[in-house]
Every structure is written in C-alpha cells, then in structure tokens.
Design a protein around this ligand. Structure first.
Ligand code: FMN
Length: 371
C-alpha cells in the first residue's frame, strides 16, 4: 500500500522510527531491505555522549530506554548515509539541538549528505534537564521555522505526549512551515522498582514505548488530525498491520515502528509491510489516502454522542468455562449471574449497558443489544 508523505512517494506507509536500530548506515540499509517506505536515523546531535549500561528494560508489555542519541559524529554521517542509501531507499534524518541555529546546522549537513527529509527531535523524554522543548509552542515555532528556512527538503517535527497542549504545538509546526508532525515519542517513565534491592530498574527516567503506549499515540494523532491540515506520521506501540491501520484511520498518512523492531527484528517488520499490502489488495485499497481519517469522522465530542438504549446479553449457545466468572466479577452494577445450567443471565433492572462484560469475556459470549 503506497502513500505520499512529506511529498515523497513511499512504497509503504510503514517507516522505521528513530532509535539505535538506525544507528549507522549498515543498520539503515538492512531496514530498507525489509521493504519499509523509509527509515529514520537515530537522533543526531553535535556532541554525542557516552551510553550508560544497562540502558533498556522490558517488563513483557512495554520498554523503558535511557539511550540518548547517535554516537556517530555529524561528519561521520556523510559516510553512513552513503552506506545507508547504497541500494536506494528513503532516509529521513532525525536531528536534535538546544538552539535553532545548531539545529539548522545539523539539518543542513544531513541534507548535504543525502537525507530526503528531516525529523526534528524536540521531544526526548529524558536527558540533561528533562525539559521537553516540544511543550513550548513558541520555541517549537522558532526551531521549526529556522530549520525550514535553511533546508530545501521537507521538515517534520516529532511531538511528545508529555505535554498538555499537543494540538497547540502542532499548530505552531504548521505555522512555521513544517511539512508534517510525527507523534508520539516515547513517554517519560520509571518502568518499575526492584523491591528486593529497593532501587528503580534503570537509574534515571527513561522513555516508555511499545504496545502499552498505543492508545496514547492514537489519541494524540486523532487530536492533532482534528486541529491541523499538515500530514501526520503515527507512532507508538505499532506491532501489527492492524495497528498501522488504526493510526491511518484516525488520520495518519504514514506510521513508524520502533519497539516491535527492537524486540522482534526486521523480518517481523517486513511481515507488517506485507500483511498491510495483502489487506490493501483484499480491500482494493492501494493508497493510504483512500482510508486516511475514515474513523476520525466517528470520533465525536462527548456532547455529540447519542445515548442508545442498550443492555448486555449472553449468547448461551457459546460455551464458557464454569470457573471463569470474569463478566460477573467485572460487572459493577451486579447485573450478571449464572443460570442453573451454567449459562450467564442479565438482570435487565440492574444492567446499565456499560459494555465492560463484552471486553472481559474471553469466550466472546457477551454482547450489547437493544433493550
Ligand atoms: C531504545 C530506544 C531508543 C530510541 N531512540 C530514539 C531516538 O534516538 N530519537 C527519537 O526521536 N526517538 C527515539 N526513540 C523513540 C522511538 O522512535 C518511538 O518514538 C517510540 O519508541 C514509540 O514508538 P514504538 O512504541 O513503536 O517504539 C527510541 C525508542 C527506543 C525504544
């Protein structure tokens, strides 16, 4: 399934996100060979710093990382870009700096080395002062404008969920001439505490990523799509072609995959690309624009929602385990109980149609019906 993103014709909307899996030319070249639409470099800064060890933790659901930036000097990227693009493919350079001029300097260099686009990293969830630049709309405007004025290639700005004014920040990107926004970066976290040794799993705040952040990414993309007209690249917890479609249907023109690649490898990402293509063929969709934002039309404000007279109903032709009382335990209104023959019945006087039982039932036995 193709897309046009940042004015670039991408053969797939699936892009490899910035991270250590894109730390040099060879790793980028290998990701491009997996069939993705583009690859984004790890964040490039003017003064790389030494990595801490360990720097990645995983709890089976999400990951925390405290890896900061690329350890390749900006000049070293000339050679890395040659290697990255040796078999063709689109490479976007992620750059980060504290001042507009430093940021533009890095962007100009990466443009010279062959980058097809720039992603501004203004939203690192960790680091020296824990200050997310992307929380200050005016600073985002200044940074973006300065870079846009200094390069000819398109500039996208990576936004953070660690702010309360995401839509306003996205508006500033648009006003500054940014070609797109990408959202979201990893979210500031402490993954857990080792209670035996009474210390956090990693020694500093880090970025939370992977499956658990998908709902936050989806909400961010939807709210940005409802606010600005520039294209959006959806990021956060994408682990399947269905997840990619969710972002696209909420308004993303392309998506990025990070943690899934880190945990499962490039062949897994190749699978996401191929399954998305297969879905596109089966549904006769060959361009993302045909489905972009289709679910957004149905994401209403609270006031607009019509209150339907719904009640839970158990399909007792579907067997469920007698030991499993998930629906009964989860029902906050005390409306579900077992029948003598082991089925589930609803007390219509108590059921308020909240819908929770339809999600907790593993046998898929519960549904909401009209009263
Ligand atoms: C180990 C690791 C390192 C990362 N490094 C960068 C980075 O250098 N620059 C950046 O903008 N984002 C970085 N990220 C954030 C990812 O690009 C992405 O925004 C985030 O992980 C959410 O997507 P995901 O859930 O698919 O991983 C990193 C994420 C991880 C897990």
């Amino acid at each position: 399934m193709k897309t046009n993103f940042l004015g670039l014709p991408l053969k797939s909307p699936v892009i490899v996100a910035a991270g250590p899996w894109s730390r040099d030319g060879e790793s980028i070249r290998r990701s491009l060979a997996a069939g993705v639409g583009a690859v984004i470099t790890e964040t490039i800064v003017s003064e790389p710093i030494i990595d801490v060890k360990p720097r990645i933790a995983f709890d089976g659901l999400g990951a925390q990382n405290i890896r900061l930036f690329s350890d390749v000097q900006i000049e070293g990227w000339e050679r890395e870009m040659e290697i990255a693009k040796s078999n063709g493919g689109i490479v976007i350079a992620n750059v980060s700096a504290h001042t507009p001029s430093e940021l533009a300097y890095l962007a100009v260099k990466m443009e010279k080395y062959g980058a097809d686009g720039i992603e501004l990293g203004l939203s690192t969830p960790m680091g020296v002062d824990l200050e997310v630049v992307a929380s200050d709309p005016e600073e985002v405007y200044e940074m973006t404008r300065y870079v846009v004025e200094n390069v000819k290639i398109p500039v996208m700005v990576k936004l953070s969920q660690n702010v309360t004014n995401l839509s306003r920040v996205a508006k500033e990107v648009q006003r500054a001439g940014g070609a797109a926004v990408s959202a979201i970066n990893a979210i500031r976290c402490v993954l857990g505490v080792d209670i035996d040794n009474m210390k956090p799993l990693l020694p500093t705040y880090g970025g939370y990523s992977g499956k658990p952040i998908k709902p936050l990414g989806l909400a961010s993309v939807a709210s940005i799509a409802q606010t600005v007209d520039i294209p959006i690249c959806g990021i956060g917890g994408i682990d399947s072609y269905e997840n990619a479609l969710e972002y696209i249907m909420l308004g993303a023109s392309a998506v990025q995959v990070g943690t899934a690649l880190m945990l499962k490898g490039r062949d897994y990402v190749r699978g996401i690309v191929e399954e998305l293509d297969r879905w596109g063929q089966e549904n006769r969709i060959d361009d993302v624009k045909e489905i972009c934002g289709k679910a957004l039309e149905k994401l209403k404000s609270f006031e607009e929602i019509k209150i339907e007279p719904l009640i839970s109903h158990a399909d007792n032709s579907i067997a469920c385990s007698a030991d499993c009382n998930m629906c009964i335990n989860a029902c906050m209104y005390g409306s579900l109980s077992r029948t003598k023959d082991g089925g589930i019945k609803t007390n219509s006087q108590c059921c308020t149609g909240c819908g929770l039982c339809t999600f907790v039932c593993e046998a898929n036995k519960m549904r909401l019906d009209w009263l």
